[in-house]
Write a protein that binds this ligand. Structure first.
Ligand SMILES: [Zn+2]
Length: 210
């Protein structure tokens, strides 16, 4: 295919809902392009600059440390106090023989969020410092291809919901206190929501083609 045909194809976009072909235009920040026929959102300009995404990545990385190091739950029961971190919770489940659940917790609550943040941080750094060598291109392409997989495994929200359900259930016969870990973990969750909102994979692919 000639390069002019390639350029023509890149400048049009197909509506996901009604298949109408729309020519792409540059958009101001915070504006979404809608399909003229069915009003489905087609594309938008990235909300955040590279620096904004970088700031979110660094915040998430900083929050990851206390979120996993400090206790997320403190139980006061018959005079005894028990605290637990995310990893200790997963380890307790593992040691009781629930291997699949334990591994799922470690993967969804610790490993995948870390990989998710590191992946976006690496991509953002490559763009920010315009690193253009073979290794950077291979890494960038690999991370973009694996992005959806990492995103699917990263589920801090499920962890927070199950934590709240558990603490409400335990509240009937023990005093439950949330630790500093809960606060950091919730902040990490909120930061990751913003990262997902700002991150646009199609925009990242266009950096690779540039
Ligand atoms: Zn449409």
């Amino acid at each position: 295919m000639s390069s002019s045909t390639n350029k023509d194809l890149e400048s049009v976009v197909l509506c996901h809902s009604c298949d109408v072909v729309v020519s792409k235009r540059a958009l101001p920040v915070n504006v979404r392009a809608l399909c003229p026929r069915c009003h489905t959102a087609l594309y938008h300009a990235p909300f955040c600059t590279v620096n904004g995404l970088l700031a979110l990545c660094i915040s998430a990385l900083i929050l990851l440390i206390p979120a996993n190091y400090f206790p997320i739950l403190e139980l006061h029961f018959l005079g005894s106090i028990r605290t637990s971190t995310v990893f200790e919770g997963a380890y307790a489940v593992l040691s009781q023989g629930f291997f699949v659940v334990g591994i799922a917790v470690i993967l969804a609550a610790i490993v995948a969020p870390l990989l998710f943040v590191l992946s976006i941080l690496t991509q953002t750094l490559i763009i920010k410092f315009a690193i253009d060598n073979r290794l950077a291109r291979i890494t960038f392409r690999f991370l973009l291809k694996k992005h959806n997989l990492i995103k699917q495994f990263s589920m801090p929200e499920i962890y927070i919901i199950s934590l709240l359900v558990t603490s409400f259930n335990l509240g009937d016969f023990a005093d439950v206190y949330f630790g500093i870990g809960t606060f950091c973990y919730t902040m990490l969750f909120i930061t990751m929501i913003f990262m997902q909102r700002e991150y646009d994979i199609e925009h990242m692919w266009s950096h690779l083609h540039d």
